[in-house]
Structure formats: C-alpha cells, structure tokens
Design a protein around this ligand. Structure first.
Ligand code: MTE
Length: 317
C-alpha cells in the first residue's frame, strides 16, 4: 500500500476548488485545516535535512515487542504541531525560538487542592521514568519513542480530585505572537484542547512527558510538558500544556470539535474502525519501508481493554 494522497485526505471538492483559487502558504494551511488532523502530508521522507543534535542515553534499542526505536532525527524533525506550521518537516525550524521557560501549569477544577506548578517543581516532585512507547498517528504513520516523564496520575493525585470529577481537560498554550499558526483560525478555535476520561487519565500508561531520548523535550515535540497516551491516536497527546482541569462533563477536544465524525473523543487505535476517508488497518513506520499491520489499542490491549468493557468501540470511537 502507498501513503495517503492529499486528495484522499481532503474531500475532493475542496481539493479541486482549493487548487483553482488558492495559492501560497495560506492555501496550504487552509487546506490542511479543512481536512483536519489527517493533513500536512509529507512530500519527502523524514530524516532528510535539519540537524537533530545528539540524543541522550536510552535503556533499550527496542520496545517490548522488539520494534526498533525511531531515530532521534526523525522523532525531532517529523512532527505535527499546527500552532507552528502544517509542514511536518518545518516544525523544528518554525518552533526553534519558542520560549519554554519560565513555564507554569495550572491544575484546577474539581479538586480539593488546586495548584499552579512551576516546571522546576514538576521536574522535582515527579521524577522522570523512561517509557518506550509506540505512537500511531491518525494519519497512518507511526514511530517508537523513548519518552521521559511521570505517570499523569501522580500530579492528579497530588491535587486530590473530588467525587464529581469525571474527565480531565488539557489546554495548550495560546500565544499567537510565538505560534504563528494561531493567527489563522479556519473554523477551529485555539488553543488546542484535549480530554480523557478520569480512569484513562489515571491509567499507569498515561504519561506526562518532559523529555525524550534521555533529554528534555525540544519545542517541536511539545516542550516543556506534553501528554502521551500510547493506545490512542497521536492527536490525543497534546503538546505544550499550560492547564489541566478536572471537570464533570466530557471536554470537546480540538479535532473532535472540528470534525466529530472523523476524530472521535476516544480515538483509541483500532484497525477495525476506518477513518471515513482512509483505512486504519495498516501503518507506515517512519524509517521503515513498506507497511505493517496496525494493532488493536496500538499493541496495549492487555493493559487497557478493560477500560472499555461493554462499550461499542465502532460507535464510541
Ligand atoms: N498538540 C498540540 N498542541 N498541537 C498539535 O498540533 N498535534 C498532535 C499531537 N499533539 C498537536 C499536538 C498530533 S496530530 C500528533 S500525531 C502528535 O502531537 C505528534 O507528536 P510529535 O510531533 O512529537 O511526534
């Protein structure tokens, strides 16, 4: 199978009309947003151009399935971060001057002890662990990344959620001066927002990440703090978080708000539920040729399937 063609990702009438009257960067951005997270397709393979610096140390060259780590260069130069640019290869350059210090994260809502944490407190209070996770983008490409961070449940426990708290809402930074992509609002309002059910947020696999490849996160990967939920499509793993709120109602996340039929709230990796405009049965592992089968819950079925017992995963996607 080949990569997804932009024609497949963008509804055809939009693709054709766009070609006929829009030119330049604005057109690319508009087209990307019209088609949602399945956009910003790459024209060239990742790993070409740019410098990645050197990775720090990792504990293993593979994940628990024996899959090789994706190169540091690819992990840091093939990114989705629409606040900066729609070009996957362009994020590293566009975000290079992004100011990530000082940085605070407010944790509030239905909690007994709301608190604003400085990043230095987060580093100190929630020591890093390494977690090697597969990341499967809804666009049908994937990577294996050695993250650093601590389980989200630690910070949530610290603020003591009340009995009314049922969901967790995450908000990314809103700063159009630094994030040029936020100057354009093609019907999707900034900031980027994501959400999890409380039990998903408390699951041990759910990571609040501060680094990867043995080093602090670079801006393009969501510095200084991002979420990583390895059994869900990558768009759930919100970058550059400034606020985490415990709430009673299901939050409307960025992509779900834009196109609910295409980007569900749960967004669990599921090879049996196709995106309305492309198959989710297989994926392209960055750095490999050919395609590989997509695994149920991205290979974390044993760990997370019980969270969804009794749910119809084709309806509640
Ligand atoms: N978070 C924010 N704030 N903005 C984004 O555009 N893109 C998401 C997710 N988190 C995104 C985001 C998508 S679609 C993916 S696939 C992953 O980040 C990509 O993470 P990576 O670039 O570190 O591989």
């Amino acid at each position: 199978m080949r990569d997804i063609d932009p024609r497949e990702i963008t509804p055809e009438h939009l693709f054709l009309s766009r070609r006929s009257f829009i030119t330049g960067t604005a057109a690319i951005a508009a087209g990307a947003l019209l088609a949602g997270c399945g956009l910003g397709q790459s024209k060239q393979p990742p790993g070409t151009g740019g410098t990645a610096g050197t990775p720090g140390s990792v504990t293993s060259p593979t994940d628990e399935l024996g899959d090789k780590l994706t190169s540091y260069q690819d992990v840091t130069h093939y990114n989705n971060f629409y606040e900066f640019t729609m070009s996957k290869e362009g994020v590293a350059e566009a975000a290079k001057d992004f100011k990530t210090s000082p940085w605070t994260v407010k944790v509030d809502g239905l909690v007994q002890q709301p608190r604003t944490f400085a990043m230095e407190e987060i580093y100190r209070m929630f020591p890093d662990e390494e977690r090697i996770y597969r990341m499967r983008c809804v666009e049908a490409w994937s990577m294996v990344i050695p993250w650093l961070g601590s389980p989200l449940n630690k910070i949530l426990t610290e603020v003591k959620p009340t009995a009314e708290a049922k969901y967790v809402r995450f908000e990314a930074l809103l700063d159009p001066k630094q994030m040029p992509g936020q100057k354009d609002d093609f019907g999707v309002s900034w900031p980027y927002v994501e959400g999890l059910r409380l039990d998903e947020a408390m699951h041990d696999l759910t990571l609040l990440s501060t680094g990867l490849y043995g080093k602090r996160l670079l801006p393009q990967n969501g510095a200084p703090l991002r979420l990583v939920v390895p059994w869900k499509y990558g768009f759930k793993s919100i970058k550059s978080i400034v606020r985490i709120s415990l709430v009673a109602e299901r939050p409307v996340s960025y992509w779900t708000g834009y196109a609910p039929r295409e980007y569900g709230f749960y967004a669990n990796v599921n090879p049996n539920v196709d995106h309305p405009r492309w198959s989710q049965k297989s994926e392209r592992r960055i750095g490999e040729s050919g395609r590989r089968d997509t695994l149920m819950f991205n290979g974390y079925e044993d760990e997370v399937a019980q969270l969804y017992k009794g749910m119809d995963l084709t309806r509640d996607f």
